[in-house]
Design a protein around this ligand. Sequence first.
Ligand code: TRP
Ligand code: SF4
Length: 405
Amino acid sequence: MSSVELQQRVLSGMRPTGKLHMGHYHGVLKNWVELQHDYECFFFVADWHALTTHYEAPYDIEQSVWDMVIDWLAAGINPGNATMFIQSHVPEHAELHLLLSMMTPLGWLERVPSYKDQQEKLKERDLATYGFLGYPLLQSADILVYRAGLVPVGADQVAHVELTREVARRFNHLYGKDPGFEEQAEAAIKKMGKKASKLYRTLQKRFQEQGDDEALETARALIRDQQNITISDRERLFGYIEGGGKVVLPEPQALLTKASKMPGLDGQKMSKSYGNTIALREEPDVVEQKIRTMQTDPQRVRLTDAGDPDKCPVWKLHEVYSDESTKEWVQTGCRSAGIGCLECKKPVIDVVLEEQRPIRERARQYEENPELVQSIIVEGRERARDAAKATLEEVRQVMGLSFGA
Ligand code: TRP
Ligand code: SF4
């Protein structure tokens, strides 16, 4: 596959933090489930990333990894559509991280906003470590080792994708030009024939001199249409439009995931640290219990007191889950004291249970059959490694490291 075709590859990862909740489902997993139908997807559990902050007590990571994989499968990530694997099963991530570390200026890492923020936030841990400073670069290696084009992430991770782009650019600049690159690119242009060559040069000029992105796109399409040039010539021509060398590591783009609007049981954002979650694989009677005991409008003490949905966390769940007529029923019923709070919660309970039914059914299958989960992860590792090995071979070659191999 050429680097431009690879732009359609999607990669994302999650730290193993234990069992996932409905906030993860609405915020991230539903999005992944959709992406797997449209793109070649790689989703991985970032267990090494967990070590960057939890190196002192790594013993829970393993359980969290398996819980997370089952949660993904339960949410509907389909191993037939997406490759799921565990980061530490693919040592190429570490090799690329090491190689990239040689050419990444220290200042780039010190300036990543999460570096200082997290050190502040996690004061009780000693995060003045090499691994913690380098973890955004590990993330860059995670992405670049698959030459992924699209990286679905939340807003807090966009700076990491930006760093990845800079690192890729620097890498290509340093190592993308084999000796004789320009001569070979010029020869490749001639091979396209008179008309196409002329068009290529015009578009190249328009892009390089005026930054015309349309010209870039058209030139790429032109290259893609060429039948009689080799794959390596094609790669050269892609890189040569931009004035650089070969694109060994294409720059990825962040696919910004909309912030999850999933409210927790107390009306704040659903989050493990607030203790206000409904787990993805919650037992139905626990779901019911949790919603039944939710706080409502504190002014509404008796059934005969009118309430205000704007002051009630249950209303926030209606906003996520209910259709217009149910919302209308809540608004009127609450403000006129025409309905009771338990009555009001009933449709929310029903819809959450209904939403979780297929999730629970899929989860059961995997919980009862750990070998099945194992085999999915082994297969994922194989597919991921094939892709990662291909990149590393090229990386070693352009860096002059393929001697003796
Ligand atoms: N750092 C990400 C987080 O904390 C997880 C992650 C690691 C990741 N490697 C990645 C996400 C590569 C996207 C791509 O959420
Ligand atoms: Fe909240 Fe519904 Fe009770 Fe109104 S009726 S306070 S919206 S639970």
